[in-house]
Ligand binder design. Structure first.
Ligand code: NAD
Length: 368
C-alpha cells in the first residue's frame, strides 16, 4: 500500500488520511506488483539464535519482465510483492542521519540507515571507537552482501568527532551510554549545532524522554526511537512520544522507521515503554519459578519455547540480556509504578550480587 498527498505529492507506506506537511487530502495510489516465480533459500547460522533465512527471489512484473531480488523474508510461489515507487526510494537516499555513540546500538542503527540509502554521520568520543565500529559493520556486511554493494553502503557512512558536521542532518539519533546527565549535555550541544529543522531522537531504554527534552528550547522536536538489539535483525521500533513531542515529529519517526524496513509502534513516555514493561515481569517470574527448585533451568526454558512458541526461553534470554541489566530495568519499573509485581525477586538479586550476570561473566542460569 502506498498513500499519496494530492497537493504536495508526499508519499507514505502506511495509511495516512491528511498530509502532515500541507494538510492536503491523502489517497491510496496503485502500486506495481511482481509475482514470485521461483526462489532459492539458504539459512545463515547465527550463534544463540534461530537460523536466519536468506532468499533469492525470481520476480515477474505485470509486463512480463524478470528480476532477482534478495530477501530475508520467505515467500511462496505465486505470492505478490509490492514494488516501492521509485520516488520513495530516492527520497530515502536523500536523508542525512546523525548517530551519536558508535557502540552496540549506534553501530547497528548506522548500518541499517546506510543500507536504507541514507547518508550517515557517526560520532563517538574518539575517532578510533567510531573507526572500530565501521570495521565491525564491514565484517557483518561481508557475510551477506556483495563486495561492490558493501562498498556503496560503507561509502555512505562518515565518521567524525565534530558535532558541527551534523549541521544539515534531517535526524540525529543519540545512542550514548545510558546516563541522563551525559545525554542532556549532548542534546544541548546538538541544539546549538544543528539546523532548526533537524529532528532529535533518543534510543534510551529507560530514561524519561520528557525529562531529557527539558534542556531543549524546542521540546517538540525530541522523540524516542527505541531500536532492539541486534538492530539489523530486529523488526520492531518503539516510537516514544513525550508530553512535548509534536504529532509531526511522531509521523516523521514512523516514516523513517518504515523506510528502514522496521515496524513502528507508538507508545507514551512511561517506564519500560511496551516491550520491557511486559518482558521483565515475565523474566522475573521465570527466575522466581527456578528458585523453587522443582524444575531445572533447561526445563523452564523448554516449557516456554515449546508451550508458548517463544524462540528462546526466559532464563537463556535473561542470561543474554545480562542479569544486572534485568535487575536495573525492574528497579526502574518498580520505582516508576510503585507496584510490587515489578520488584526484582530474591534469586535475581543474589545472582547479581555474586556477579553471576549471564553470558558476559560466563555464568548465569547456564555456563558459557
Ligand atoms: P554502548 O556502551 O555499546 O555504546 C555507547 C557509546 O557511547 C560508546 O561507544 C561510547 O564511547 C559512546 N559515548 C559515551 N560518551 C560519549 C560522548 N560524550 N560523546 C560521544 N560518544 C560517547 O551502549 P549501547 O548498548 O549501544 O546503548 C546505547 C543506548 O541504547 C543506551 O541508551 C541504551 O539504553 C540503549 N539501548 C540498548 C540496547 C542494548 O541491547 N544494548 C537496546 C536498546 C536500547
Amino acid at each position: 500500500m502506498v498513500f499519496e498527498c494530492q497537493d504536495c505529492h508526499k508519499k507514505w507506506h502506511y495509511d495516512v488520511k491528511v498530509c502532515i506537511f500541507c494538510q492536503g487530502n491523502v489517497t491510496e495510489v496503485a502500486v506495481k506488483q511482481s509475482t514470485v516465480r521461483g526462489f532459492t533459500k539458504v539459512e545463515i547460522p547465527s550463534p544463540g539464535h534461530t537460523r536466519v533465512p536468506y532468499c533469492d527471489l525470481l520476480l515477474e512484473d505485470d509486463q512480463g519482465n524478470f528480476q532477482i531480488r534478495k530477501s530475508f523474508t520467505e515467500y511462496k510461489l505465486g505470492d505478490l510483492i509490492e514494488e516501492a515507487p521509485k520516488e520513495l526510494k530516492q527520497e530515502a537516499r536523500k536523508r542525512t542521519v546523525g548517530l551519536i555513540g558508535a557502540g552496540t546500538m549506534g553501530r547497528g542503527i548506522a548500518q541499517v540507515s546506510a543500507q536504507t540509502g541514507y547518508q550517515v554521520i557517526m560520532i563517538d568520543r574518539h575517532e578510533e571507537i567510531a573507526r572500530k565500529s565501521l570495521s565491525k559493520i564491514d565484517t557483518l556486511l561481508s557475510k551477506t552482501t556483495k563486495e561492490d554493494v558493501k562498498q556503496e553502503i560503507l561509502g555512505r557512512i562518515k565518521i567524525t568527532t565534530n558535532f558541527y558536521d551534523l549541521e544539515h542532518a534531517d535526524l540525529v539519533i543519540e545512542a550514548l551510554t545510558e546516563d541522563m546527565e551525559l545525554k542532556k549535555e549532548v542534546m544541548k550541544e546538538l541544539e546549538n549545532e544543528c539546523s532548526q529543522n533537524t529532528i532529535f531522537a533518543t534510543n534510551t531504554s529507560s530514561l524519561s524522554i520528557s525529562e531529557l527534552s527539558q534542556v531543549l528550547e524546542d521540546q517538540s522536536r525530541l522523540v524516542g526511537l527505541h531500536f532492539f538489539n541486534p538492530v539489523p535483525r530486529m523488526k520492531l521500533v518503539e516510537i516514544v512520544k513525550s508530553k512535548y513531542t509534536s504529532d509531526r515529529v511522531v509521523e516523521f519517526a514512523k516514516e523513517v522507521a518504515t523506510e528502514m524496513g522496521k515496524t513502528p509502534v507508538v507508545t507514551g513516555d512511561a517506564p519500560g515503554f511496551i516491550v520491557n514493561r511486559l518482558l521483565l515481569p515475565f523474566l522475573n517470574e521465570a527466575i522466581d519459578k527456578f528458585s523453587d527448585a522443582t524444575s531445572s533451568a533447561a526445563d523452564i526454558d523448554k516449557a516456554v519455547t515449546l508451550g508458548l512458541n517463544h524462540p528462546m526461553g526466559p532464563l537463556a534470554l535473561a542470561d543474554l540480556i545480562g542479569l544486572d541489566v534485568c535487575k536495573a530495568i525492574l528497579d526502574e519499573l518498580y520505582e516508576g509504578y510503585k507496584d510490587h509485581k515489578y520488584k526484582p525477586c530474591k534469586t535475581l538479586c543474589i545472582m547479581v550480587e555474586k556477579g553471576d550476570l549471564g553470558r558476559k561473566t560466563g555464568k548465569g542460569f547456564y555456563k558459557y
